[in-house]
Design a binder for this molecule. Structure first.
Ligand code: GAL
Length: 699
């Protein structure tokens, strides 16, 4: 192995300073002047040895800054139990280094070798149908299995020791998109671990019985080892909702703990300035990125064009929704203050509902959109289109002939040049424009509320995330910077705070909201809020009573309708339609009525209300619309009332400021003329922002 001596010494010194095993501060990992760097995945084990040199040379020539190795290579790293082989990986690391490319090294826990599967079949996960997963794909193992965890620990320890002081490694990725493809694990190992989790939480079984209300249908337990993982597929009627909520929490804790175990092992060996992360899909419910504060930061992966996301207009399916990358940026960045895109779709993929071509320019637009949202890096998935295996038909930077650039390869290399081109304009003292900062908003995201409502939607039309995105997307149209935060964060720095569908809460949170508004914040609460306590129990009070004083109103009842019937609301002399959900509101005399229901048997009752509270305001929105226009109109009025000027961008156009640069992208099917101030200096693109277009300017 060809180590550089100076690097080894620095590495040793740095690693000596590491004693703690907790997550590191992220400032030192990414110098601000680098803005955002671009990398690409490479799988040396999937290509003949003779190609490696040519491929990595090409990667370097194209300007890629880093590559990504090893997340699926366990069978090559440990071909036989306890016999580790790093010779091939060392060679690949050195080839990257020789070509000026840093390495993200991974732990290959999602792909245990066949010898392990055969020796310990009990490590496999079991899906909701009771089917035990088998070797032959990936992510087939239970994070709860102590046997699997032991083998993972040994593999991680071996790789950590081997690359302990290697300066060619930039950072580390744990596992790969740990999520079991959105499925829950019902294996015996998961069941046992769930019982232990419950025991730690409830201590005595009667406490669980009380919280879960197990008197209902005689579910009542005598001991923790009688409790099964709640699986709707093995129950004749609906499972106990409190059991489901706890199981969701347990499952998210379990994967967080599994990654934390790997983190601790790595941290013992690697230098302090090498970061450790994992890569997650924001949409996968069994995993909760906001829990993973035990890593240095969390990255996301994004595939927007795969037949699932209609986007806007007739060509939206070729670009995805404007809120897709935006929401991931604002959620993942807000967890630990730093994020990156660990995987970005390279062009056409193979696994979608159908797999269209993105509109030319889209890949470039996604990369700039990631830049706008503060990402420290974007890693393209993957360098070469595979010729064999489960992802044939999946684009890479290099197409099937192994040497020529694909269309997205061309887009990537152009963006690399564009990004390098703006670096000289980076001003470390640039300040966020005051009018933009004044619009700063936070959206309060709650995994508990999401899980609870996914399990008990009350109508086939309810979707927690879509409800949240209607507010989030409206904020983007008003050109507000947004952080998507969880409750552990401080609310006070946000002039506007939206807590969508906060069904589960406690008196402490209501008090924090109250103080936030009293001190000048503008709080917006929406449908379903305040109905239950944290355990999912309905309050033994009037409906949603814990928020009555805060919103200045009562909520006597709610209504739900089929998609064929539209409810109507009159606000600002305009009629808005709803049919997903409506909380009917009875305001106190000093609460303003902004919107009123105009049909159904409760026509004339209040739908949207607002009140002053101390120096701030509290607004409550009863209905959930389909198209987001009501939500946008409410937000516009909240900003207007607070005297904070906003813009009114067309849906699909996003303008964001980062590190002294304004970035504009266009996911809509109409061109948009960006209004630039006279002193603006356009660095990339131009002010007539076409579909899938990009503009970058400095003021
Ligand atoms: C991701 C996954 C990658 C690769 C990619 C293909 O979800 O993490 O390993 O399979 O999809 O598009």
């Amino acid at each position: 192995m060809a180590f550089n001596c100076k690097s080894i010494i620095t590495g040793v010194l740095l690693s000596l300073t590491i004693t703690a095993t907790q997550a590191q501060s992220t400032d030192k990992f990414f110098p601000k002047k680098d803005l955002m760097t671009i990398g690409s995945y490479y799988y040396p084990e999937q290509w003949p040895h003779a190609y490696w040199e040519r491929d990595l040379k090409k990667m370097g020539e194209l300007g890629f800054d880093f590559t990504h190795y090893g997340e699926f290579a366990w069978a090559y790293i440990e071909p036989e139990e306890g016999k580790f082989d790093f010779a091939w990986l060392d060679e690949a690391v050195e080839l990257a280094h020789k070509n000026g490319i840093k390495v993200i090294m991974c732990t290959s826990s999602p792909t245990p070798p066949v010898w392990l599967a055969q020796k310990h079949p009990e490590i496999m996960m079991v899906n909701e149908n009771g089917t035990t997963m088998q070797h032959g794909s990936r992510q087939q193992i239970s994070w709860s299995s102590p046997v699997y965890r032991e083998y993972v620990s040994k593999m991680v320890e071996a790789i950590a020791k081997h690359y302990a002081n290697d300066r060619r490694i930039w950072g580390w990725q744990l596992d790969n998109e740990p999520s079991h493809y959105g499925q829950y694990d019902y294996s015996p190992a998961a069941q046992k671990s769930f019982q232990t989790w419950l025991k730690n939480k409830y201590k005595a079984i009667d406490s669980l019985n009380k919280t879960w209300g197990t008197a209902f249908w005689s579910i009542r337990y005598g001991s923790f080892d009688q409790v099964r993982t709640p699986n709707a597929k093995e129950l004749i009627a609906q499972p106990n909702p409190h059991a489901v909520l706890d199981f969701r929490r347990f499952s998210a804790d379990e994967v967080t703990d599994f990654l934390g175990m790997q983190y601790k092992i790595l941290r013992k060996h690697i230098p302090a300035n090498q970061w450790i992360t994992t890569n997650l899909m924001p949409e996968h419910a069994p995993v909760d990125p906001t829990r993973m504060t035990n890593l240095d930061f969390v990255t996301y992966t994004k595939y927007l064009v795969a037949g699932y996301d209609k986007g806007l207009g007739t060509q939206g399916f070729r670009m995805g929704s404007p809120t897709s990358i935006a929401f991931a940026n604002d959620l993942f960045r807000s967890i630990n203050g730093t994020t990156g895109v660990m995987e970005l779709q390279p062009g056409q993929v193979n696994w979608g509902k159908f797999n269209p071509q993105p509109i030319p320019g889209t890949v470039r637009m996604w990369i700039w959109h990631a830049f706008a949202g503060g990402n420290k890096f974007v890693c393209n998935y993957r360098f070469k289109q595979p010729l064999t295996g489960g992802e044939q038909y999946h684009y890479g930077i290099i197409s099937t002939d192994g040497v020529n650039l694909s269309t997205s390869g061309i887009e990537y290399t152009n963006v690399i040049k564009e990004l390098n081109g703006i670096k000289k304009y980076y001003d470390p003292n640039a300040k966020i424009p005051a009018d933009y900062a004044a619009r700063q908003a936070a959206v309060l995201y709650s995994p508990d509320n999401r899980w609870e409502q996914d399990n008990q939607p009350q109508t086939y039309q309810w979707d927690y995330l879509q409800h949240l995105i209607r507010y989030y997307g409206s904020l983007k149209q008003l050109n507000a910077p947004v952080d998507v935060i969880t409750e552990d964060k401080d609310f006070s720095k946000y002039p506007v705070l939206i807590a969508p569908a906060y069904q589960l809460l406690d008196a402490k949170l209501v008090e924090r909201w109250k103080q936030y508004a009293e001190k000048g914040g503008n709080l917006i609460l929406t449908s379903r809020t305040g109905q239950k306590d944290r355990d999912g129990k309905l309050w033994e009070m009037k409906w949603a009573e814990p928020i009555h004083n805060l919103i200045g109103a009562k909520i006597p009842f709610y209504d739900l309708m089929p998609d064929t019937v539209k409810g109507t609301v009159l606000m600002n002399n305009q009629t808005f339609a709803w049919n997903n959900w409506a909380d009917i509101v009875e305001p106190n005399s000093d609460t303003q009525i902004w919107g009123t229901y105009t049909n159904q048997f409760y026509a004339g009752k209040a739908a949207v209300i607002s009140r002053k509270l101390g120096k701030g305001t509290v607004t409550f929105v009863g209905p959930d619309s389909d198209d987001g226009s009501l939500e946008k109109a409410v937000l516009q009025r909240v900003y207007q009332q607070a005297n904070i000027p906003v813009k009114n961008l067309p849906e699909g156009v996003i303008l964001e400021w980062r590190d002294g640069f304004w970035v504009g992208v266009n996911y809509s099917d109409k061109p948009y003329n960006v209004q630039l101030p006279a002193k603006a200096q356009v660095l990339v693109g131009d002010k007539s922002l076409k579909t899938a277009g990009v503009i970058v300017w400095k003021e």
